[in-house]
Design a protein around this ligand. Structure first.
Ligand SMILES: [Fe+2]
Length: 187
């Protein structure tokens, strides 16, 4: 049975392995292999948002629910991370810094149910839920204090680098939830 305490304990153990990223990938793959157990434990995704499952200076584990059709602007984490999807789809676009344009696209990865992606310390990505009628459920694991780590976000239009502002991220979820509700009410 999936349970958050076991996941956190497994992530903590993986961090101390000689190859922590490989180990964390195995931990997440094991959890994602039984997606219905995750929805049993965490609930059926019904509202976009970030739910903190574990947060210490050493490790952050977040249940991320992407609202239908939502897009989150480019940002970095400045610590390695691993993402597992247990329902829906999460499309990642990767970027690298560009002295002239701010950022330039450097590939992408579309994650479906049970897929895992590993992100290095210096990864810059934007994230989208391309499915306009379905929530996406994911578990994101960060190798440190993701909440308090100073980091960057990029304006989605000008691609100008800015200090990361959690209020902007929360507003993106709020807007996507409101847009989803409005679409539903419009039938
Ligand atoms: Fe991210």
């Amino acid at each position: 049975m999936f349970d958050v305490d076991t996941l956190v304990a497994d992530c903590r153990a993986a961090q101390h392995e000689s190859e922590p990223l490989r180990a964390i990938k195995e931990v997440l793959a094991r959890a994602m292999s039984r997606p219905s157990e995750i929805t049993d434990a965490l609930g059926e995704p019904a509202m976009g948002g970030l739910r903190m499952l574990h947060h210490t200076p050493e490790l952050t584990v977040i249940n991320v629910i992407w609202a239908p059709g939502m897009v989150l602007r480019p940002h970095d984490h400045r610590m390695w991370a691993a993402i597992g999807v247990y329902g829906g789809q999460e499309d990642n676009t990767f970027f690298r810094r560009d002295p002239e344009k701010g950022l330039t696209t450097s590939g992408g990865k579309s994650l479906g149910e049970q897929d895992i992606v590993l992100l290095g310390d210096d990864t810059i990505h934007s994230v989208a839920n391309p499915r306009t009628h379905e929530f996406t459920g994911a578990i994101h694991v960060y190798n440190g204090d993701f909440v308090n780590q100073p980091r960057s976000q990029w304006d989605p239009d000008s691609l100008e680098e800015q200090p990361h502002d959690m209020a902007v991220t929360i507003a993106a979820f709020d807007e996507a939830n409101a847009a989803w509700k409005a679409r539903q009410q419009a039938g």
